[in-house]
Design a protein around this ligand. Structure first.
Ligand code: NDP
Length: 276
C-alpha cells in the first residue's frame, strides 16, 4: 500500500486525510494518508523519515517545499510555492494545485465567469501566491493585491510579471481603490481572531466575494460581504476539495469526483477549522 501525508503546523485539524480516504474509496486505489506535524526546522527530516510516496504541504511549509524540489511545474514556479510533492527517484518534483482548485470551484461549481473581472485580493502570503497566477490565466482584467505589509504585495506583483494587469497597494489605500467585481480574502487574519476593516465602497451591485478560509474562520468576512451587498459569497471549502483532487490526479493518474466529498464537508462546515 502506498503512503501519502500532509505536512504543516498546526496540522491536527486538517481535512486532507478524510478527503483522500474518500477519493481512495471512490476510485478503488489502496492508500494510506496521514497528517504529520512539521515546521521549518524539522520538515526535511520528517519528510525523509516518513518515506512517503507523495505529500501535500501546507502552512508554513510551501516555500520550504519549493526549495527542496529538483524540478517544479511552471505554475509552482510562478507561485514560488509548492503544495504537492511527487516522488521522483530519490528526489521530489513539486507542483501547486491551489490556484486551479480555486478557479475550478468558482467557475465549475459556483458558475462564475472570471474573464474581464476587476479582482481585489487581500493578502500576499502562501495562498495568495498559489492562486494569483491561476486568476490571471482565467482571464481577469485587473488584479489588485492589497497587503498589510506592502513589500510582500509588491514582491508578489513583481514576480507575476504583468505590470499592466497586476498592482500592489497597502491597506491604507483601500478606500481609494474604487469597487471590484470580485473580492478575495486570502489573509490569515481570522486565525488570530482579527477582524478586517474594509470600506463598503469596495462592493458594487454585481460584486462577489470569496474567503479562502472555511468554517468559522470564514464567517466574519463573508458576513461583511453580504452586508455590503455582494451577490455570491463563497468560502474556501470547494477550493480545498478541488486542490486535493488535482493532487490525487498527479499521484494516481485519476481525477476523483469531488461533489460527494464537498457535500459531506459542507454539511458540517461551520464546525470545521481551516487547515488546508
Ligand atoms: P500566510 O501566513 O502565508 O499569509 C498570511 C497573510 O495574511 C499575509 O498576507 C498576512 O499579511 C495576512 N494577515 C495576517 N493577519 C492579518 C491581519 N490581522 N490583518 C491583515 N492581514 C493579515 O497564510 P496563507 O497564505 O497560507 O493562508 C491564508 C489563508 O488561506 C488561511 O486562512 C488559510 O487557511 C487559507 N488557505 C485555504 C486553502 C484552501 O484550500 N481553501 C489553501 C491555502 C490556504 P502580512 O504579510 O502583512 O503578515
Amino acid at each position: 500500500m502506498k503512503h501519502y501525508a500532509v505536512f504543516g503546523s498546526p496540522i491536527h485539524h486538517s481535512q486532507s486525510p478524510f478527503i483522500h480516504a474518500m477519493f481512495a474509496q471512490q476510485t478503488g486505489i489502496a492508500l494510506e494518508y496521514t497528517a504529520i506535524e512539521a515546521g521549518h526546522d524539522d520538515f526535511r527530516a520528517k519528510l525523509d523519515a516518513s518515506a512517503v510516496d507523495g505529500a501535500n504541504v501546507t502552512l508554513p511549509l510551501k516555500k520550504d517545499a519549493f526549495t527542496l524540489c529538483a524540478d517544479v511545474s511552471s505554475r509552482a514556479r510562478r507561485a514560488r510555492a509548492v503544495n504537492t510533492l511527487i516522488r521522483d527517484g530519490d528526489g521530489w518534483r513539486g507542483d501547486n494545485t491551489d490556484g486551479l482548485g480555486l478557479v475550478r470551484d468558482l467557475t465549475e461549481r459556483r458558475g462564475m465567469d472570471l474573464r474581464q473581472r476587476r479582482v481585489l485580493m487581500l493578502g500576499a502570503g502562501g495562498a495568495a501566491h498559489g492562486v494569483a497566477p491561476a486568476l490571471l490565466d482565467a482571464g481577469v482584467r485587473e488584479l489588485v493585491i492589497v497587503n498589510r505589509t506592502i513589500s510582500r504585495a509588491e514582491q508578489l506583483s513583481d514576480a507575476l510579471g504583468e505590470p499592466d494587469r497586476v498592482h500592489a497597494r497597502g491597506w491604507d489605500a483601500l478606500a481609494k481603490l474604487g469597487s471590484f467585481d470580485l473580492l478575495i480574502n486570502a489573509t490569515a487574519a481570522s486565525r488570530s481572531g482579527a477582524l478586517l476593516t474594509l470600506p463598503m465602497a469596495l462592493v458594487e451591485s454585481r460584486s462577489d466575494a470569496v474567503d479562502l478560509s472555511y468554517g468559522e474562520a470564514a464567517v466574519a468576512f463573508l458576513a461583511w460581504a453580504r452586508a455590503a451587498g455582494c451577490v455570491k459569497t463563497v468560502d474556501g471549502l470547494g477550493m480545498l476539495v478541488e486542490q486535493a483532487a488535482e493532487s490525487f490526479l498527479l499521484w494516481h493518474g485519476v481525477r476523483p469526483q469531488t461533489d460527494a466529498v464537498f457535500a459531506d464537508l459542507s454539511a458540517r462546515s461551520v464546525a470545521l477549522f481551516t487547515a488546508d
